[in-house]
Design a protein around this ligand. Sequence first.
Ligand SMILES: [Zn+2]
Length: 62
Amino acid sequence: MLSDFRSKLDKEIGPRKILHIKECEICGYDEYYFIDPETNKQLGMACEGCNYIKRFEFNSKN
Ligand SMILES: [Zn+2]
């Protein structure tokens, strides 16, 4: 993983663990799904090939 992509991940997602990796449907590169290392909640996903990072937002309303 390129270091500038990693520093973007640090900024957008923060501390994380990789939940799983699948093949990106768009570019065929690795698409990563991240979870919080402490709570195991899903944090977001990213594809380095697409230079794409998405942070999942969860509403706390019930
Ligand atoms: Zn991609």
